[in-house]
Design a protein. Structure first.
Length: 85
């Protein structure tokens, strides 16, 4: 009796998951590409691809909010600087 092996994990899903912590946009793109490949090849890793998209989106949103807040604080500080008056 032979035991069936689990399906192979999609490489793009794994790389996308890891990349979503470092470069969130790359995680989103690789996660979408992995989901398309998984639909065709029926490999494993659908959860990793979905997590890469979600984590990438959350980190991208957080970075955008951080950037907007930083710029607004910087502009406020510059506009109230005494040496500019």
């Amino acid at each position: 009796m032979t035991t069936p092996y689990p399906p192979r994990t999609n490489t793009l899903a794994l790389i996308g998951f890891l990349a979503s912590f470092i470069i969130p946009i790359a995680g989103i793109v690789l996660g979408v590409m992995a989901q398309r490949q998984i639909a065709v090849t029926h490999e494993g890793g659908r959860g990793l691809a979905r997590a890469a998209i979600i984590i990438g989106a959350v980190f991208t949103t957080a970075a955008a909010i951080y950037f907007v807040v930083f710029i607004s604080i910087f502009i406020t500080a510059i506009s109230q600087a005494p040496f500019l008056r």
